[in-house]
Design a binder for this molecule. Structure first.
Ligand SMILES: [Zn+2]
Length: 142
């Protein structure tokens, strides 16, 4: 038996994009109110101090995420980012930006619409030892 806490904080931002290669309506300039869920995980809580009993202060997640949203995402044209702005690519891009600031980052979930979401995670490969090879994620390098 192992224990695990996950702590999630949710954010929203409005942004425009167009998927120029898409064979449907998504190739036309349009916008979404994106919902972003940032999850941190861990198996130990702080034993003392101002964060006693916490895995992470919700405020620390906010401090890491809000500058990213304010600078690059909210009311922005997502095609100006370095990635083709599908929800999948955006979730990965957000992960890359946040991982250095949130060492126990566990999952980035990006809702493009109220019923359409993408999840992105990167795991240390040792977690996958013993998994059937068909379930192993693709290595992405160091
Ligand atoms: Zn769209």
């Amino acid at each position: 038996m192992t224990r695990l806490w996950t702590v999630t904080k949710c954010f929203t931002f409005d942004a425009a994009h167009k998927l120029t290669e898409h064979d449907g309506k998504c190739c036309i300039l349009h916008g979404h109110t994106y919902k972003l869920e940032i999850t941190v995980s861990g198996c130990e809580l702080a034993e003392s101090g101002s964060k006693q009993g916490m895995l992470i202060d919700f405020g620390e997640i906010k401090k890491a995420v809000e500058p990213l949203i304010d600078t690059y995402l909210d009311h922005c044209f997502l095609n100006d980012l370095s990635v083709y702005p599908t929800a999948e690519n955006l979730a990965q891009w957000i992960w890359k930006c946040l991982a250095p600031k949130l060492p126990n980052l566990c999952e980035v979930v990006l809702w493009e619409t109220p019923d359409s979401r993408v999840s992105y995670s990167e795991y240390a490969s040792e977690l996958w030892v013993g998994m059937p090879s068909g379930l192993k994620p693709v290595p992405i390098g160091p």
